[in-house]
Design a protein. Structure first.
Lengths: 98, 878
């Protein structure tokens, strides 16, 4: 999800994040799961948020826009490297499977 | 709540997410996240409405809402603002107190009414507690069981509290689970101490009696029952024979029969039995003494039946084992008594005995539970009615007085009170008032109602405040009364909008439709209660007058112990100038009868009441012969005849009674006469089929005398004097025939008194309620009345103006109330009494008149007030 937020350059707010994730993962997600994940990540310092604009579609309520912090970007890069390393040590097994 | 659409939106109907999930969300979610999450949810909702359907969108919304209830998103409930509630309640207390003081009349009506109703609640509680607590003071009540026998009598299975004499002993030997047994049997004896001689009932029991039934002792020890020369007496007997002194060690004589007497030493005095008791004893002696009373006594005789056998087991569950194996003993008994076979035995625990005793014949526990239980039920219904009356008064008055407080409510709402806070305020005011009423009610209940009730019914409930359950009961009463009477006014009053209040444009003061309904209800309830009271009062008079079916006046009777005594006494009395006729009998109307089994060939059996009398009995007692003839004196033939009552003829289905033949004890009897139905026992016993048989002189046990009217007293004194001359050792037993029903008339009168008290309270409550309502209504219309007076209205038109409001309501409620009262009270009477004053309209009419009278007097006080008030002052009122 962190990736998705980072990827969504424009308005990364609850509904948008949910939509994006559902598209990519081809799965139905609940608002509750998204929100709790967002809050947890915010607590850990991976995200910051601020209020955006209100629309009548939202019954006059403002959105909360999330942006990934630099700390988050750093962590993401680290994880990518670890994953890449693991993938490289796998070729023989993958071939055997195939 | 409609959302305002922006310019960009189309002016289409906007759908809103479902209300309740939104409210839920707002309650549960952390305030910081609320806006964002609610916004997200609404955006998704709108999308779904477009993509799918409204219904689906709503469903999805609700599901998503439920899924949002995660710990991380929830409010921090622990640090919620409870802290500032307390000062708020202090404020409410101050306001309630002030408003009570400002309206002394309404406050008085409310508090007084509620206290009366609560007082009755307290009385109800005391009574119910007594009824339920009867015989519960015995420590082993769950382990002690009474053995009952069930057999077939009259075509039905009947349960008897009596058992074969040897049963207890054999059970004890065969079952180790049985800790103790006790055999109990009662007998009449004559007790003599110095110059005091009385007929008493003595109880023979094994020494385990006092261990199993734990009566506390005042003097002496319960263990002394092992000594066969000891007797244990109760507190009242001790006072009767010995006054205040300690009788331990003194010796009294028990006379069992002709020359069977024995001295006993008093070795124990039981403390005054707890108020809630049913099983009791006067004199307790060891059962071995039966040998003294009856030399042929054989404890192992299976044909002998004793009044009760009780056993104590180690654990209540052991009973099942014994119950399974007990049936084999019935054969011993059935061999000896083939006409009265036992089909099974049952066990009833001491704890349940009082409750079940009504279904057991000849049981050592009296069968009063059902009547007492019915009384509790009826009292509960009355209590509920009265509480309802008081609460309705409160509701009506609260709604009308709220008019005076609208400004206060308006200001509170402006300052920031939400509707729920206003509701809380009024509810707490109500609880405050109810608490006051609770305290007063408790005082009234304990010092007025309970003693009054006890006095009317002649018993003591032993009510104490120390039962914890009482406080729980009071708290529940407080809560229920408070909520019931306070909820509606609170909800109603808090609904008013601030703007309308402060502008002064809120319509208030007119008759709220609910008030009318409540008032109507009150009238119906009051009518029912008052009708009931009138009927009970009428019943007292009716019962005093109703014919007994024979002439009970001017008749005396005396019990004699045998034929010899009869002949002596009757010879002595026959000389007396005032005696117009005398008769002898084995049984006596109102005192004793035999149970007779009549067989109608080929196969019908009936159980009837039998009276064995001589030929003169009918004229002496004033019984009325309808058909046939009476017995002939000393006729041998007539020994095989019967004179029956109308009820028997009806029961047996005979069209012609004279000449019918029946079989009793394998002997043939012929019916020679039919008497009019008469009441053998008091009016609460149904008249049963009955037959008179001709008795032989050897069986005479009663002497009946008809005396000239006016001479009862002196003849009674004369017969007593004769008795003492003839039988100085034996106390006289006899009396006036008209007293033979004992306390019956007293009881009926006490019912009447009780209901009169209830009616009084009802009228008080209804009257007060009416007064309060009318007063407030008139005060609210001061301006109107002043204007009318200025324009020249007379007192009559003012009266009509006031009455008009209530006339319609009164008429409708009374029209409903009359048939309701008629039927309800009629069924109550049919249920409670076997024979009673027939239901009539007079009682209903009186109730209705009383209520109308109350209304008129209330209205007249108000009319006076209005008539005397100066219209100028009225118009100045703002």
């Amino acid at each position: 999800m962190l990736l998705t937020v980072a990827a969504l350059q424009k308005e990364a707010y609850g509904v948008e994040i949910k939509r994006e994730l559902e598209e990519r993962l081809k799965e139905k997600l609940s608002v509750g799961s998204i929100q709790s994940a967002l809050k947890r990540m915010e607590e850990k310092g991976f995200l910051t948020s601020e209020f955006g604009e209100a629309t009548s579609r939202r019954g006059g309520k403002r959105k909360r826009i999330y942006t990934a912090t630099s700390y988050a970007h750093k962590i993401l890069a680290e994880m990518k490297e670890i994953r890449a390393g693991l993938w490289e040590s796998m070729p023989k097994m993958a071939l055997q499977f195939g | 709540m409609k959302s305002r659409t922006t310019n960009n939106e189309q002016l289409s109907t906007k759908y809103n997410p479902p209300k309740w999930p939104v409210k839920f969300l707002r309650f549960f979610l952390n305030k910081e996240y609320l806006e964002e999450i609610e916004g997200d949810m609404e955006e998704i909702f709108q999308e779904n409405v477009e993509l799918l359907s409204l219904k689906k969108a709503r469903r999805i919304y609700t599901i998503e809402m439920l899924k949002l209830l995660r710990p991380i998103l929830l409010k921090n409930f622990r640090n919620m603002p409870v802290l500032n509630q307390f000062p708020m309640f202090r404020n409410y207390y101050k306001t309630s107190f002030r408003s009570l003081m400002k309206n002394p009349m309404s406050s008085f009506i409310n508090i007084f009414g509620l206290s009366m109703a609560i007082g009755i609640c307290v009385m109800l509680y005391g009574f119910a507690q007594w009824v339920n607590g009867i015989d519960q003071f015995h420590e082993h009540k769950n382990e002690v069981f009474l053995i009952t026998s069930v057999g077939n009598r009259d075509g039905m299975q009947q349960q008897y509290g009596t058992t074969p004499a040897p049963l207890g002993e054999v059970l004890k030997q065969d079952y180790p689970q049985i800790q103790k047994i006790c055999r109990i049997t009662n007998a009449p004896v004559v007790v003599k101490y110095q110059d005091k001689v009385f007929h008493q009932a003595v109880r023979y029991a094994d020494e385990t009696f006092l261990q199993m039934l734990t009566f506390p002792m005042k003097w002496g020890s319960s263990g002394s029952l092992t000594d066969i020369n000891s007797v244990i007496i109760n507190q009242d007997i001790a006072t009767k024979y010995f006054g205040e002194e300690n009788p331990l060690g003194k010796s009294i004589q028990l006379i069992f029969g002709e020359d069977r007497k024995k001295e006993f030493a008093i070795t124990g005095v039981a403390k005054k039995f707890p108020e809630a008791h049913a099983i009791a004893f006067d004199f307790l002696i060891n059962i071995e003494n039966l040998k003294v009373a009856n030399p042929n006594y054989d404890p192992g005789d299976w044909s002998a039946i004793i009044d009760a056998t009780i056993i104590q087991v180690n654990k209540p569950t052991d009973i099942a084992t014994i119950e399974a194996g007990i049936d084999k003993y019935k054969t011993f008994q059935n061999e000896k008594h083939s006409e009265w076979e036992i089909s099974s035995f049952h066990f009833i625990s001491l704890a349940d005995l009082y409750e079940k005793a009504g279904d057991i014949r000849d049981c050592i526990s009296p069968p009063y539970y059902k009547t007492n239980f019915t009384a509790v039920v009826i009292l509960s219904i009355i209590t509920l009615f009265l509480l309802a009356l008081a609460c309705f008064n409160y509701i009506n008055i609260a709604i009308v007085t709220a008019a005076k407080r609208l400004k206060e409510i308006g200001v509170r709402k402006v300052i920031g009170a939400t509707r729920s806070k206003v509701i809380t305020q009024f509810l707490s005011e109500n609880i405050f008032v109810t608490s006051f009423a609770l305290v007063f009610g408790l005082v009234i209940g304990i010092f007025v109602f309970i003693p009054g009730f006890e006095q009317i019914n002649g018993f003591n409930m032993g009510f104490t405040m120390s039962h914890p359950k009482l406080w729980i009961f009071l708290a529940v009463v407080l809560l229920i009364t408070g909520l019931f009477s306070g909820l509606y006014p609170a909800l109603y009053i808090s609904r008013f909008e601030v703007v309308t209040i402060l502008k002064g444009s809120s319509k208030f003061g007119r008759q709220n439709p609910l008030s009318k309904v409540l008032l109507g209800f009150q009238l119906v309830l009051s009518c029912i209660l008052i009708t009931c009271a009138v009927m009970f009062t009428q019943n007292t008079g009716y019962v005093a007058q109703r014919s007994w079916g024979y002439d009970q006046n001017n008749v005396l009777y005396a019990e004699v112990q045998n034929q010899f005594a009869y002949e002596q006494l009757s010879a002595a009395m026959a000389q007396h100038a005032n005696i117009s006729s005398l008769a002898g009998s084995a049984n006596h109307i109102g005192k004793s009868h035999r149970t007779v089994i009549v067989n109608l060939p080929p196969d019908k059996h009936y159980e009837i009441q039998g009276l064995s009398v001589d030929a003169n009995y009918f004229s002496t007692m004033g019984l009325q012969l309808q058909e046939g003839r009476l017995f002939n004196q000393d006729s041998e033939v007539d020994k095989q005849t019967l004179i029956v009552n109308e009820e028997l003829v009806k029961n047996f289905g005979w069209s012609e009674a004279i000449g019918q033949q029946v079989e009793i004890d394998s002997m043939r009897y012929e019916v020679i006469g039919v008497v009019r139905n008469f009441h053998n026992y008091h009016f609460d016993s149904k008249i049963l089929p009955m037959a008179f048989t001709s008795t032989s002189k050897a069986d005479y046990r009663y002497l009946s005398l008809r005396v000239n009217s006016g001479s009862e007293r002196e003849t009674y004194a004369a017969i007593q004097a004769q008795w003492i001359k003839l039988f100085p050792e034996i106390p006289f037993q006899g009396g006036y025939q008209q007293d033979v029903w004992g306390n019956f008339f007293e009881n009926i009168r006490s019912h009447g008194k009780f209901w009169q008290g209830i009616a009084f309270i009802t009228i008080l409550l209804a009257g007060l309620g009416l007064y309060g309502l009318v007063n407030l209504n008139v005060t609210g219309r001061t301006k109107e009345f002043s204007i009318r007076k200025v324009l020249g209205a007379q007192t009559e038109s003012l009266t009509v103006g006031i009455l008009k409001q209530y006339a319609g309501l009164f008429i409708i409620s009374l029209v409903i109330a009359m048939p309701a009262s008629y039927y309800l009270v009629a069924s109550l009477f049919d249920f409670a009494y076997e024979y009673h004053v027939p239901m009539n309209f007079i009682s209903v009419t009186i109730a209705v008149c009383l209520l109308i009278f109350t209304l008129l007097s209330v209205v007249s006080t108000q009319v006076n007030k209005v008539a005397n008030a100066s219209p100028v002052n009225g118009l100045k009122v703002e």
